[in-house]
Design a protein around this ligand. Structure first.
Ligand SMILES: [Zn+2]
Length: 311
């Protein structure tokens, strides 16, 4: 089998295994980047994908002359019951014992979690949620995902779905919001159908007849376009309701936003002004923060699956 590693490795390798590219980073204990490389992910070939990951680790260790811990972030989750990956958009990985196979190839324990958990962990350890005890990291991009980190560790429940808030319904729906658009998950009106980029674009199109992207809506709103400003205001109010649900349930110290929509600067002022009426408290001290690490949170969070120095 594989050798057990010390709990505090000197070098942590993080791998972001995506559908089109696979990236590796090597982090020093202080979070400094010792190395970063990227390769194209082999298309629809499980064995070739495993080999690509293993090669990145072996070559990085050879070049840095170290042995490190290995964490992997990838879409989907590993079933606790079967040990098999499920729900990945890289469908050749689904139903495969990817952790066990990587452990065999690399002769060590490997930790794997999904990309939303990596995002939350990266921001909690040395990003916008640094120093916070409970961090909710939400990705608002082409979809909506989220992860929860408590005391520097990913909260990983028996179903491996902690934080999957994007497939809860939009809370306190108004008359015009029911039943909502169909979601790929099979239900209608999921938070994702409103708060992902395509959801904002659809809502704007429904009201104005214009078919433009979420990015364009934000750009036009910033230039003073009234229709786009109104669409963004509806988006902010829905985000406030959706996050109020999170605050009522989890009461995180910090909520960090990632994904393309997190670049809309006005969210960080407007949403905390709007969420109060929906939160079951006379005041709300929760911080809403923009991510620090951006597109790097996948690899960095994967590396931090082996804990930060001193934790
Ligand atoms: Zn859904």
């Amino acid at each position: 089998m594989f050798r057990k590693q010390r709990l505090q490795p000197q070098v942590r390798f993080g791998i972001d295994l995506g559908g089109t590219k696979t990236e590796i980073v090597a982090l020093a204990p202080d979070g400094g980047e010792l190395l970063r490389r990227r390769v194209v992910t082999p298309h629809d070939d499980y064995q070739a994908t495993l080999s690509a990951v293993a090669r990145l680790v072996v070559e990085a260790e050879r070049d840095l002359r170290v042995t490190g811990s290995v964490g992997v972030g990838t879409p989907g989750s590993i079933s606790r019951a079967t040990g098999l990956l499920r729900g990945s958009n890289s469908v050749c990985l689904n139903g495969k014992p990817i952790r066990r196979d990587l452990e065999r190839m690399l002769a060590r324990e490997v930790r794997i979690t999904n990309d939303a958990n990596c995002f939350a962990l990266s921001e909690a350890i040395d990003g916008a949620g640094r120093g916070a005890r409970v961090v909710f990291g939400a990705i608002l991009g082409t979809g909506v995902g989220a992860g929860i980190v408590v005391d520097g560790r990913v909260l990983d429940g028996p179903n491996a779905i902690a934080g999957e808030w994007g497939h809860n319904p939009l809370p306190w729906p108004k008359d015009g919001e029911r039943p909502g658009a169909m979601c790929f998950c099979g239900r209608a009106g999921c938070i994702e159908t409103w708060l992902a980029g395509p959801g904002l674009a659809r809502d704007h199109g429904r009201v104005t007849g214009e078919r433009i992207s979420a990015e364009e809506i934000a750009a036009r709103a910033a230039r003073g376009d009234r229709a786009s400003d109104a669409s963004l205001a509806r988006y902010e109010e829905r985000l406030a309701r959706a996050l109020a649900h999170v605050i009522n349930l989890l009461d995180p110290d910090t909520i960090v936003l990632g994904g393309g929509l997190s670049n809309i600067g006005r969210l960080y002022d407007s949403v905390p002004r709007l969420w109060g009426p929906w939160v079951f408290s006379d005041r709300v001290d929760t911080r809403l923060a923009r991510n620090v690490h951006g597109d790097s949170s996948g690899v960095r969070g994967a590396a931090w699956l082996w804990g930060r120095a001193g934790s």
